[in-house]
Design a protein around this ligand. Sequence first.
Ligand code: NDP
Length: 261
Amino acid sequence: MKLFAIFGNPVSHSVSPLMHNFAIKNFSLDACYTRYLLEDGEKLRECFFALNLSGVNVTVPHKEAAFKACDEVRGIAKEIEAVNTIVKEGDRLIGYNTDAPGFYESIKEFEAKKVLILGAGGTAKAISLYLRTKGFDVTILNRSRERLSFFKDKGFKVFSWEDFEISSFDMIVNTTSAGLENDSFPVKEEILRELFKEASYCVDVIYNKNTPFLNLAEEFSLKKKDGKEMLLYQGVIAFEYFFSHSFSKEEITENMLKAFE
Ligand code: NDP
């Protein structure tokens, strides 16, 4: 039997085991997906082999450690320098980033070109780099300057709250954790109101919560989305890697959706 897991800290809240096990059961695979509280990211590789795993997903705060733990990193994960999916190939660990294409899959129906990303953390890195490969014009706005250097070095237009000049964007994406455990906006409300006047789409990567950011977007009748579909599609793409692309995206999606019912 093949064993898969999600590594994270905390990890008890993760819906990934449910998503993957629904699909495993439906495809009658001899496999199981569990969760593992990994406290020390340095031990990721050791744990992977000790538990005799075939693959893992990796969540906060170990995505950078996962990048370092792999023998080979493929695709956009190399640029993002963060891995959320590891697959064992022989004795080697191969790393991928499925958050980035997962986000794209969730918004590809939106006819946006100019995108403003709020926040400059790991999720912002994944989303901005991937959207650029798909031809989007991406600008980053972050509360402080420190984290902006990564994006500046990669050639993105970057602003902190101090030097931001409002202009027009088609889609505004919140990748900060503002609104997750409190009622704060990811950027000052008056700035957000100006941005929403011009925008058509609004996405928050936070899921299972109507954040103040998404509530405000409703006032402006924007098309909006929370992070649920991003979560779903990162899982679908990971499952494709785990089982060597043996099933269609549509079938996997249909099965994993049951985890949200
Ligand atoms: P990081 O900790 O890497 O980055 C946090 C960023 O948010 C920083 O740029 C920080 O700014 C900014 N920030 C934090 N608090 C505030 C605030 N109150 N106001 C304004 N800016 C703020 O986080 P991640 O990128 O790892 O995760 C961000 C969010 O994405 C989380 O809520 C997480 O749950 C969600 N997520 C969702 C996924 C999905 O599948 N839907 C997948 C992965 C993540 P500064 O630099 O100034 O500190």
